[in-house]
Design a protein around this ligand. Structure first.
Ligand SMILES: [Fe+2]
Ligand SMILES: [Fe+2]
Length: 497
Protein backbone atom coordinates (compact mmCIF):
# COMPACT_ATOMS: atom_id res chain seq x y z
CA UNK A 1 0.00 0.00 0.00
CA UNK A 2 1.43 3.37 -0.97
CA UNK A 3 1.58 6.31 1.39
CA UNK A 4 -1.15 8.02 -0.62
CA UNK A 5 -3.48 5.05 -0.09
CA UNK A 6 -2.81 5.09 3.61
CA UNK A 7 -3.33 8.80 3.93
CA UNK A 8 -6.49 8.94 1.84
CA UNK A 9 -7.95 5.93 3.59
CA UNK A 10 -7.83 7.83 6.83
CA UNK A 11 -10.08 10.52 5.38
CA UNK A 12 -12.04 8.14 3.21
CA UNK A 13 -13.69 6.60 6.23
CA UNK A 14 -15.69 9.77 6.73
CA UNK A 15 -16.18 10.56 3.07
CA UNK A 16 -19.44 10.74 1.21
CA UNK A 17 -21.10 7.53 0.16
CA UNK A 18 -23.05 8.74 -2.81
CA UNK A 19 -22.56 11.02 -5.75
CA UNK A 20 -23.89 14.55 -5.72
CA UNK A 21 -23.57 16.35 -8.97
CA UNK A 22 -21.66 19.59 -9.19
CA UNK A 23 -22.96 22.31 -11.44
CA UNK A 24 -20.14 23.80 -13.49
CA UNK A 25 -22.50 25.96 -15.54
CA UNK A 26 -22.64 28.59 -12.84
CA UNK A 27 -19.91 31.18 -12.31
CA UNK A 28 -19.35 29.49 -8.96
CA UNK A 29 -19.35 25.67 -9.28
CA UNK A 30 -21.45 24.18 -6.52
CA UNK A 31 -23.59 21.31 -5.35
CA UNK A 32 -25.74 23.45 -3.07
CA UNK A 33 -28.26 24.67 -5.69
CA UNK A 34 -26.77 28.11 -5.54
CA UNK A 35 -28.95 29.31 -8.43
CA UNK A 36 -32.04 28.85 -6.27
CA UNK A 37 -30.76 31.23 -3.58
CA UNK A 38 -30.39 34.56 -5.36
CA UNK A 39 -29.36 36.51 -2.29
CA UNK A 40 -26.53 34.12 -1.48
CA UNK A 41 -25.48 33.96 -5.11
CA UNK A 42 -25.28 37.76 -5.27
CA UNK A 43 -23.29 37.93 -2.02
CA UNK A 44 -20.78 35.34 -3.26
CA UNK A 45 -20.53 36.93 -6.70
CA UNK A 46 -19.74 40.20 -4.95
CA UNK A 47 -17.04 38.55 -2.86
CA UNK A 48 -15.53 36.65 -5.81
CA UNK A 49 -13.62 39.56 -7.45
CA UNK A 50 -12.19 40.46 -4.06
CA UNK A 51 -11.06 36.87 -3.67
CA UNK A 52 -9.43 36.91 -7.12
CA UNK A 53 -7.75 40.20 -6.22
CA UNK A 54 -6.35 38.56 -3.10
CA UNK A 55 -5.22 35.49 -5.09
CA UNK A 56 -3.42 37.64 -7.64
CA UNK A 57 -1.67 39.82 -5.09
CA UNK A 58 -1.06 37.30 -2.26
CA UNK A 59 -1.21 33.88 -3.96
CA UNK A 60 1.70 32.14 -5.70
CA UNK A 61 4.23 34.65 -7.01
CA UNK A 62 4.70 34.08 -10.74
CA UNK A 63 3.43 31.13 -12.77
CA UNK A 64 -0.09 32.54 -12.82
CA UNK A 65 -0.14 32.34 -16.61
CA UNK A 66 1.46 28.88 -16.71
CA UNK A 67 -0.58 25.77 -17.48
CA UNK A 68 -0.56 23.57 -14.39
CA UNK A 69 -1.70 19.94 -14.36
CA UNK A 70 -4.31 20.25 -11.61
CA UNK A 71 -7.16 18.16 -10.32
CA UNK A 72 -10.59 19.67 -9.97
CA UNK A 73 -13.47 18.10 -8.10
CA UNK A 74 -16.17 16.70 -10.35
CA UNK A 75 -18.14 14.87 -7.68
CA UNK A 76 -17.94 14.56 -3.92
CA UNK A 77 -17.76 10.80 -3.72
CA UNK A 78 -14.33 9.36 -2.89
CA UNK A 79 -14.01 7.33 -6.09
CA UNK A 80 -14.64 9.84 -8.81
CA UNK A 81 -14.08 13.29 -7.54
CA UNK A 82 -10.93 14.33 -9.35
CA UNK A 83 -10.54 15.42 -12.94
CA UNK A 84 -7.00 16.20 -14.12
CA UNK A 85 -6.31 18.85 -16.74
CA UNK A 86 -4.01 21.77 -17.51
CA UNK A 87 -5.40 24.88 -15.85
CA UNK A 88 -4.06 28.39 -15.32
CA UNK A 89 -4.36 28.92 -11.59
CA UNK A 90 -6.51 32.08 -11.66
CA UNK A 91 -8.99 30.11 -13.81
CA UNK A 92 -9.27 27.28 -11.28
CA UNK A 93 -12.93 26.48 -10.67
CA UNK A 94 -13.14 27.39 -6.99
CA UNK A 95 -16.53 26.40 -5.77
CA UNK A 96 -18.74 25.20 -2.97
CA UNK A 97 -18.80 21.48 -2.40
CA UNK A 98 -20.52 19.76 0.48
CA UNK A 99 -20.61 16.07 1.27
CA UNK A 100 -24.12 14.67 0.80
CA UNK A 101 -26.72 15.13 3.48
CA UNK A 102 -27.20 12.12 5.71
CA UNK A 103 -30.96 11.80 6.20
CA UNK A 104 -32.04 11.60 9.81
CA UNK A 105 -28.61 12.61 11.16
CA UNK A 106 -28.68 13.48 14.86
CA UNK A 107 -26.27 15.49 17.00
CA UNK A 108 -23.71 12.91 18.14
CA UNK A 109 -22.49 14.50 21.40
CA UNK A 110 -22.99 17.16 24.06
CA UNK A 111 -26.11 18.49 25.78
CA UNK A 112 -28.16 18.19 22.57
CA UNK A 113 -27.06 14.63 21.84
CA UNK A 114 -29.70 12.67 19.95
CA UNK A 115 -31.64 15.73 18.78
CA UNK A 116 -31.93 16.21 15.00
CA UNK A 117 -28.83 17.93 13.56
CA UNK A 118 -29.38 21.66 13.01
CA UNK A 119 -29.94 22.84 9.46
CA UNK A 120 -29.95 26.47 10.59
CA UNK A 121 -27.65 28.21 13.06
CA UNK A 122 -28.82 27.55 16.62
CA UNK A 123 -29.34 31.08 18.02
CA UNK A 124 -27.87 30.37 21.45
CA UNK A 125 -24.58 29.14 19.92
CA UNK A 126 -24.34 31.64 17.09
CA UNK A 127 -21.30 33.61 18.33
CA UNK A 128 -19.27 30.51 19.17
CA UNK A 129 -20.06 28.89 15.85
CA UNK A 130 -19.13 31.98 13.88
CA UNK A 131 -15.83 32.28 15.75
CA UNK A 132 -14.87 28.69 15.01
CA UNK A 133 -15.66 29.10 11.31
CA UNK A 134 -13.67 32.34 11.14
CA UNK A 135 -10.63 30.80 12.85
CA UNK A 136 -10.70 27.78 10.54
CA UNK A 137 -11.28 30.02 7.52
CA UNK A 138 -8.36 32.26 8.46
CA UNK A 139 -5.83 29.41 8.28
CA UNK A 140 -6.68 28.62 4.64
CA UNK A 141 -5.53 31.80 2.87
CA UNK A 142 -2.77 32.14 5.48
CA UNK A 143 -0.97 29.03 4.28
CA UNK A 144 -1.21 30.20 0.65
CA UNK A 145 0.45 33.47 1.72
CA UNK A 146 3.14 31.59 3.63
CA UNK A 147 3.96 29.49 0.56
CA UNK A 148 3.79 32.36 -1.90
CA UNK A 149 7.47 32.45 -2.88
CA UNK A 150 8.18 28.74 -3.24
CA UNK A 151 7.48 28.31 -6.96
CA UNK A 152 10.76 29.97 -7.89
CA UNK A 153 12.84 27.37 -6.03
CA UNK A 154 10.79 24.26 -6.80
CA UNK A 155 13.04 21.16 -6.86
CA UNK A 156 11.07 19.79 -9.84
CA UNK A 157 7.99 20.47 -11.93
CA UNK A 158 6.28 17.61 -10.11
CA UNK A 159 6.82 19.36 -6.78
CA UNK A 160 5.85 22.72 -8.21
CA UNK A 161 2.58 21.23 -9.41
CA UNK A 162 1.91 19.71 -5.98
CA UNK A 163 2.55 23.06 -4.33
CA UNK A 164 0.08 24.78 -6.61
CA UNK A 165 -2.48 22.00 -6.12
CA UNK A 166 -2.26 22.51 -2.37
CA UNK A 167 -2.52 26.28 -2.85
CA UNK A 168 -5.66 26.21 -5.02
CA UNK A 169 -7.30 23.75 -2.63
CA UNK A 170 -6.53 25.96 0.37
CA UNK A 171 -8.18 28.71 -1.66
CA UNK A 172 -11.18 26.44 -2.07
CA UNK A 173 -11.23 25.80 1.67
CA UNK A 174 -11.51 29.52 2.13
CA UNK A 175 -14.53 29.44 -0.20
CA UNK A 176 -16.01 26.65 1.91
CA UNK A 177 -15.85 28.72 5.10
CA UNK A 178 -16.98 31.88 3.34
CA UNK A 179 -20.04 30.03 2.04
CA UNK A 180 -21.03 29.18 5.62
CA UNK A 181 -20.43 32.74 6.83
CA UNK A 182 -22.33 34.38 4.01
CA UNK A 183 -25.24 31.95 3.89
CA UNK A 184 -25.86 31.56 7.60
CA UNK A 185 -24.59 34.73 9.31
CA UNK A 186 -26.05 37.61 7.32
CA UNK A 187 -24.33 40.96 7.48
CA UNK A 188 -21.66 40.07 10.05
CA UNK A 189 -20.89 36.93 8.06
CA UNK A 190 -20.26 39.07 4.97
CA UNK A 191 -17.99 41.34 6.99
CA UNK A 192 -16.03 38.38 8.30
CA UNK A 193 -15.70 37.04 4.73
CA UNK A 194 -14.11 40.31 3.70
CA UNK A 195 -11.82 40.40 6.75
CA UNK A 196 -10.51 36.96 5.78
CA UNK A 197 -9.02 38.60 2.69
CA UNK A 198 -7.54 41.49 4.65
CA UNK A 199 -5.56 39.88 7.44
CA UNK A 200 -2.14 38.81 6.19
CA UNK A 201 0.29 36.16 7.31
CA UNK A 202 3.16 37.69 9.25
CA UNK A 203 1.89 41.25 8.93
CA UNK A 204 2.44 43.32 12.08
CA UNK A 205 -0.77 45.36 12.02
CA UNK A 206 -3.27 42.78 10.86
CA UNK A 207 -1.80 39.29 11.20
CA UNK A 208 -3.50 35.95 10.75
CA UNK A 209 -5.27 34.75 13.91
CA UNK A 210 -3.08 31.77 14.89
CA UNK A 211 0.67 31.87 15.56
CA UNK A 212 1.89 29.08 13.27
CA UNK A 213 0.17 30.77 10.35
CA UNK A 214 2.33 33.84 10.77
CA UNK A 215 5.60 31.88 10.58
CA UNK A 216 7.50 31.96 7.31
CA UNK A 217 7.68 28.97 4.99
CA UNK A 218 11.00 29.99 3.47
CA UNK A 219 12.08 26.77 1.77
CA UNK A 220 10.80 23.45 0.49
CA UNK A 221 11.84 21.43 3.48
CA UNK A 222 9.72 23.77 5.60
CA UNK A 223 6.88 23.31 3.11
CA UNK A 224 7.02 19.53 3.40
CA UNK A 225 7.21 19.65 7.19
CA UNK A 226 4.36 22.17 7.21
CA UNK A 227 2.12 20.00 5.04
CA UNK A 228 3.02 16.95 7.14
CA UNK A 229 2.45 18.52 10.57
CA UNK A 230 0.38 21.67 10.15
CA UNK A 231 -2.01 20.41 7.48
CA UNK A 232 -2.53 17.47 9.80
CA UNK A 233 -3.65 19.92 12.47
CA UNK A 234 -6.10 21.04 9.77
CA UNK A 235 -7.23 17.46 9.40
CA UNK A 236 -7.79 17.06 13.15
CA UNK A 237 -9.71 20.33 13.44
CA UNK A 238 -11.82 19.56 10.37
CA UNK A 239 -12.52 16.06 11.65
CA UNK A 240 -13.70 17.51 14.97
CA UNK A 241 -15.89 20.04 13.14
CA UNK A 242 -17.18 17.32 10.79
CA UNK A 243 -18.89 15.87 13.89
CA UNK A 244 -20.72 19.17 14.48
CA UNK A 245 -24.41 19.28 15.22
CA UNK A 246 -24.60 22.17 12.75
CA UNK A 247 -25.07 20.02 9.69
CA UNK A 248 -23.87 22.44 6.96
CA UNK A 249 -20.54 22.76 8.82
CA UNK A 250 -20.30 19.00 9.17
CA UNK A 251 -20.94 18.42 5.47
CA UNK A 252 -18.51 21.15 4.42
CA UNK A 253 -15.72 19.72 6.56
CA UNK A 254 -16.34 16.17 5.43
CA UNK A 255 -15.56 17.13 1.87
CA UNK A 256 -12.59 19.31 2.84
CA UNK A 257 -11.03 16.28 4.55
CA UNK A 258 -10.70 14.45 1.26
CA UNK A 259 -8.59 17.35 -0.05
CA UNK A 260 -6.58 17.56 3.18
CA UNK A 261 -5.45 13.96 2.73
CA UNK A 262 -3.57 15.00 -0.40
CA UNK A 263 -1.79 17.85 1.39
CA UNK A 264 -0.46 15.46 4.02
CA UNK A 265 0.57 13.07 1.26
CA UNK A 266 2.66 15.87 -0.29
CA UNK A 267 4.32 16.50 3.07
CA UNK A 268 4.95 12.89 3.98
CA UNK A 269 6.33 11.86 0.62
CA UNK A 270 8.31 15.10 0.31
CA UNK A 271 10.22 14.30 3.49
CA UNK A 272 10.41 10.64 2.50
CA UNK A 273 12.02 11.53 -0.82
CA UNK A 274 14.42 13.88 0.96
CA UNK A 275 15.46 10.98 3.18
CA UNK A 276 15.85 8.68 0.17
CA UNK A 277 18.13 11.16 -1.60
CA UNK A 278 20.25 11.56 1.54
CA UNK A 279 20.58 7.83 2.13
CA UNK A 280 21.42 7.14 -1.52
CA UNK A 281 24.09 9.86 -1.59
CA UNK A 282 25.59 8.61 1.68
CA UNK A 283 25.72 5.06 0.37
CA UNK A 284 27.34 6.18 -2.87
CA UNK A 285 29.99 8.15 -0.98
CA UNK A 286 30.53 5.33 1.50
CA UNK A 287 29.42 7.41 4.51
CA UNK A 288 28.00 5.23 7.28
CA UNK A 289 27.77 7.74 10.12
CA UNK A 290 24.68 10.00 9.91
CA UNK A 291 26.43 12.30 12.39
CA UNK A 292 29.20 13.07 9.89
CA UNK A 293 27.27 16.19 8.95
CA UNK A 294 30.06 18.01 7.18
CA UNK A 295 30.67 15.13 4.78
CA UNK A 296 26.95 14.62 4.15
CA UNK A 297 26.32 18.29 3.42
CA UNK A 298 29.12 18.28 0.84
CA UNK A 299 26.94 15.90 -1.16
CA UNK A 300 24.20 18.55 -1.45
CA UNK A 301 21.69 16.53 0.51
CA UNK A 302 20.03 17.19 3.87
CA UNK A 303 21.69 15.45 6.82
CA UNK A 304 19.35 13.40 9.00
CA UNK A 305 20.06 15.29 12.27
CA UNK A 306 18.92 18.46 10.49
CA UNK A 307 15.70 16.72 9.44
CA UNK A 308 15.15 15.85 13.09
CA UNK A 309 15.58 19.49 14.12
CA UNK A 310 13.17 20.62 11.40
CA UNK A 311 10.63 18.04 12.56
CA UNK A 312 11.08 19.21 16.17
CA UNK A 313 10.36 22.79 15.16
CA UNK A 314 7.30 22.11 13.02
CA UNK A 315 5.84 19.55 15.42
CA UNK A 316 6.10 21.93 18.37
CA UNK A 317 4.79 25.02 16.58
CA UNK A 318 1.87 23.00 15.22
CA UNK A 319 1.03 21.55 18.64
CA UNK A 320 0.44 25.09 19.89
CA UNK A 321 -2.44 25.32 17.40
CA UNK A 322 -4.46 22.95 19.57
CA UNK A 323 -4.72 25.66 22.23
CA UNK A 324 -4.58 25.24 26.00
CA UNK A 325 -4.83 21.61 27.02
CA UNK A 326 -7.38 22.59 29.68
CA UNK A 327 -9.94 24.86 28.09
CA UNK A 328 -13.38 26.06 29.05
CA UNK A 329 -13.97 27.23 25.44
CA UNK A 330 -13.38 23.70 24.17
CA UNK A 331 -15.74 22.40 26.87
CA UNK A 332 -18.39 24.87 25.74
CA UNK A 333 -17.95 23.99 22.05
CA UNK A 334 -18.41 20.33 22.91
CA UNK A 335 -21.24 20.76 25.42
CA UNK A 336 -23.18 22.85 22.93
CA UNK A 337 -22.80 20.28 20.14
CA UNK A 338 -20.66 22.50 17.90
CA UNK A 339 -17.28 20.73 17.89
CA UNK A 340 -16.78 17.07 18.72
CA UNK A 341 -13.77 14.89 19.33
CA UNK A 342 -11.75 13.18 16.61
CA UNK A 343 -13.90 10.37 15.24
CA UNK A 344 -16.64 11.24 17.79
CA UNK A 345 -19.58 9.35 16.30
CA UNK A 346 -17.57 6.11 16.19
CA UNK A 347 -15.99 6.37 19.65
CA UNK A 348 -17.02 3.51 21.87
CA UNK A 349 -17.00 3.30 25.63
CA UNK A 350 -18.41 6.60 26.83
CA UNK A 351 -21.70 8.51 26.75
CA UNK A 352 -20.53 11.35 24.40
CA UNK A 353 -21.70 13.84 27.02
CA UNK A 354 -18.69 13.47 29.35
CA UNK A 355 -20.35 14.81 32.48
CA UNK A 356 -18.33 12.65 34.86
CA UNK A 357 -15.54 11.36 32.61
CA UNK A 358 -11.88 12.21 33.19
CA UNK A 359 -8.85 12.35 30.89
CA UNK A 360 -5.14 12.09 31.71
CA UNK A 361 -3.32 15.38 31.15
CA UNK A 362 0.42 15.97 31.54
CA UNK A 363 1.23 19.14 33.47
CA UNK A 364 4.26 20.77 35.04
CA UNK A 365 3.91 20.92 38.83
CA UNK A 366 6.78 22.20 41.01
CA UNK A 367 9.24 21.75 38.18
CA UNK A 368 8.21 18.17 37.48
CA UNK A 369 6.05 16.55 34.84
CA UNK A 370 3.04 14.87 36.37
CA UNK A 371 0.07 13.12 34.83
CA UNK A 372 -3.23 14.21 36.37
CA UNK A 373 -6.80 13.19 35.73
CA UNK A 374 -8.74 16.24 34.55
CA UNK A 375 -12.45 16.52 33.77
CA UNK A 376 -12.68 15.13 30.21
CA UNK A 377 -14.91 17.97 29.11
CA UNK A 378 -12.25 20.54 29.92
CA UNK A 379 -9.42 18.40 28.53
CA UNK A 380 -10.70 18.12 24.95
CA UNK A 381 -7.82 20.08 23.45
CA UNK A 382 -5.37 17.80 25.29
CA UNK A 383 -7.14 14.81 23.82
CA UNK A 384 -7.20 16.15 20.27
CA UNK A 385 -3.48 16.91 20.58
CA UNK A 386 -2.81 13.35 21.75
CA UNK A 387 -4.80 12.03 18.78
CA UNK A 388 -2.73 14.26 16.50
CA UNK A 389 0.54 12.92 17.90
CA UNK A 390 -0.63 9.35 17.27
CA UNK A 391 -1.67 10.32 13.73
CA UNK A 392 1.79 11.81 13.04
CA UNK A 393 3.56 8.66 14.15
CA UNK A 394 2.40 6.56 11.21
CA UNK A 395 4.23 8.79 8.75
CA UNK A 396 7.32 9.02 10.93
CA UNK A 397 7.45 5.23 11.13
CA UNK A 398 7.40 5.06 7.33
CA UNK A 399 10.26 7.59 7.19
CA UNK A 400 12.24 5.44 9.60
CA UNK A 401 11.66 2.36 7.46
CA UNK A 402 13.42 4.11 4.57
CA UNK A 403 16.39 4.94 6.78
CA UNK A 404 16.50 1.41 8.13
CA UNK A 405 16.28 -0.08 4.64
CA UNK A 406 19.30 1.98 3.65
CA UNK A 407 21.18 0.42 6.57
CA UNK A 408 21.80 3.72 8.35
CA UNK A 409 21.67 3.76 12.11
CA UNK A 410 19.33 6.69 12.75
CA UNK A 411 15.75 7.10 13.90
CA UNK A 412 13.51 10.15 13.64
CA UNK A 413 11.34 10.70 16.69
CA UNK A 414 8.67 13.09 17.88
CA UNK A 415 9.81 15.42 20.64
CA UNK A 416 8.06 15.35 24.00
CA UNK A 417 4.69 17.13 24.04
CA UNK A 418 6.10 19.91 26.20
CA UNK A 419 9.11 20.68 23.98
CA UNK A 420 9.36 24.27 22.70
CA UNK A 421 5.78 25.22 23.50
CA UNK A 422 4.38 28.70 23.86
CA UNK A 423 0.76 27.89 24.62
CA UNK A 424 -0.96 25.79 27.26
CA UNK A 425 0.41 23.68 30.11
CA UNK A 426 3.97 23.83 28.82
CA UNK A 427 3.94 27.43 27.60
CA UNK A 428 7.14 29.18 28.68
CA UNK A 429 8.49 26.01 30.31
CA UNK A 430 11.82 24.60 29.17
CA UNK A 431 11.48 20.93 28.31
CA UNK A 432 13.91 18.80 26.31
CA UNK A 433 12.78 16.56 23.43
CA UNK A 434 13.24 13.61 25.80
CA UNK A 435 10.90 15.21 28.35
CA UNK A 436 13.25 16.59 31.02
CA UNK A 437 12.34 19.89 32.66
CA UNK A 438 15.33 22.22 32.23
CA UNK A 439 16.56 25.49 33.65
CA UNK A 440 16.83 28.47 31.35
CA UNK A 441 20.64 28.05 31.22
CA UNK A 442 20.40 24.37 30.34
CA UNK A 443 17.92 25.21 27.60
CA UNK A 444 20.17 27.91 26.17
CA UNK A 445 23.13 25.56 26.12
CA UNK A 446 21.27 22.78 24.33
CA UNK A 447 18.42 24.20 22.23
CA UNK A 448 20.71 24.71 19.22
CA UNK A 449 21.01 20.93 19.01
CA UNK A 450 17.25 20.53 19.00
CA UNK A 451 15.96 23.31 16.78
CA UNK A 452 17.25 24.48 13.39
CA UNK A 453 20.01 27.04 13.93
CA UNK A 454 21.15 29.81 11.58
CA UNK A 455 23.77 27.60 9.91
CA UNK A 456 21.10 24.95 9.26
CA UNK A 457 18.77 27.43 7.63
CA UNK A 458 21.60 28.85 5.53
CA UNK A 459 22.51 25.38 4.38
CA UNK A 460 18.92 24.58 3.45
CA UNK A 461 18.67 27.90 1.61
CA UNK A 462 21.83 26.99 -0.33
CA UNK A 463 20.11 23.83 -1.61
CA UNK A 464 17.07 25.71 -2.84
CA UNK A 465 18.12 26.02 -6.46
CA UNK A 466 15.27 25.63 -8.90
CA UNK A 467 15.13 22.49 -10.99
CA UNK A 468 12.48 23.25 -13.58
CA UNK A 469 13.55 20.88 -16.32
CA UNK A 470 11.01 18.21 -17.24
CA UNK A 471 11.67 14.93 -15.42
CA UNK A 472 14.66 16.31 -13.44
CA UNK A 473 15.00 16.62 -9.66
CA UNK A 474 17.20 18.72 -7.39
CA UNK A 475 20.10 16.87 -5.75
CA UNK A 476 18.47 16.73 -2.33
CA UNK A 477 15.22 15.03 -3.28
CA UNK A 478 14.47 11.70 -4.99
CA UNK A 479 11.85 11.39 -7.76
CA UNK A 480 8.42 10.13 -6.65
CA UNK A 481 7.66 6.45 -7.04
CA UNK A 482 4.51 7.18 -9.03
CA UNK A 483 3.56 10.22 -11.07
CA UNK A 484 0.44 12.31 -10.49
CA UNK A 485 -2.51 10.46 -12.01
CA UNK A 486 0.06 7.77 -13.05
CA UNK A 487 1.81 10.11 -15.50
CA UNK A 488 5.27 9.00 -16.73
CA UNK A 489 8.51 10.31 -15.21
CA UNK A 490 9.14 12.88 -17.93
CA UNK A 491 5.66 14.42 -17.75
CA UNK A 492 5.55 18.21 -17.96
CA UNK A 493 3.49 19.01 -14.87
CA UNK A 494 3.83 22.76 -15.32
CA UNK A 495 4.21 24.42 -18.69
CA UNK A 496 6.07 27.46 -17.51
CA UNK A 497 4.94 30.59 -19.32
FE1 LIG B 1 -7.19 23.71 4.21
FE1 LIG C 1 -4.47 21.69 3.76
Amino acid sequence: MSAEDTVSDAAGAISADRFVEISYDDIIPNNVALGADKQLQRALETWRPNYLGWWNSMGPLGYQTSDVYLRTAVGVDPAGWAKFAYVKMPSYRWGILLAPKVEGRTIPFGRHKGEPAWQEVPGEHRALLRRLIVVQGDTEPASVEQQRFLGATAPSLYDMRNLFQVNVEEGRHLWAMVYLLVKYFGKDGREEAQALLERQSGQMDNPRILGAFNERTPDWLSFFMFTFFTDRDGKMQLAALAESGFDPLSRTCRFMLTEEAHHMFVGETGVQRTIEATCAAMAKAGIRDPGDVEAVRKLDVVDLPLLQRKANFHASVTRDLFGSEISSNAAEAFGSGIKGRFNEANLKGDDHVLTDATYAVTRVVDGKLVVEQAPALRALNARLLDDFIVDCQGGIDRWNKSIEKAGIDFKLTQPHKGFNRRIGEFGGKRISPAGEVLTEDEWKAKSGDWLPNDADMQFIASLMKPCHETGKYASWIAPPRVGVNSQPGDFEYVKIA
